[in-house]
Design a protein around this ligand. Structure first.
Ligand code: FES
Length: 86
């Protein structure tokens, strides 16, 4: 069964353009998903993949609420999730 969209309160956009993929967008997606799960937020959050956002030199790019995050590293994942629930 698919996600119950009535429960979705948060959105995370992860760039999946060529440069962001090369810079680890897939691993970031998995890590963000797992961090959300461990905090009980996975069902409330939809992760969406975007096309290139035009900031390839700062890849990988993640958008959370109104924050446009550049050069996101695996160690930044807990902070990304914190921004999401602020
Ligand atoms: S590939 Fe992600 S900003 Fe261009």
């Amino acid at each position: 069964m698919g996600k119950d969209y009535n429960k979705v309160k948060h959105f995370v956009f992860i760039c999946n353009g060529k440069d962001c993929k090369k810079s680890g967008a897939k691993d970031l997606e998995r890590a963000i998903s797992s961090d959300l799960k461990s905090k009980g937020l996975r069902d409330k959050t939809k992760i969406l993949k975007t096309k290139c956002t035009g900031r390839c030199k700062e890849a990988p790019i993640v958008l959370v609420n109104n924050h446009w995050l550049a050069d996101v590293k695996m160690k930044d994942v807990p902070d990304v999730v914190e921004i999401l629930i602020k």
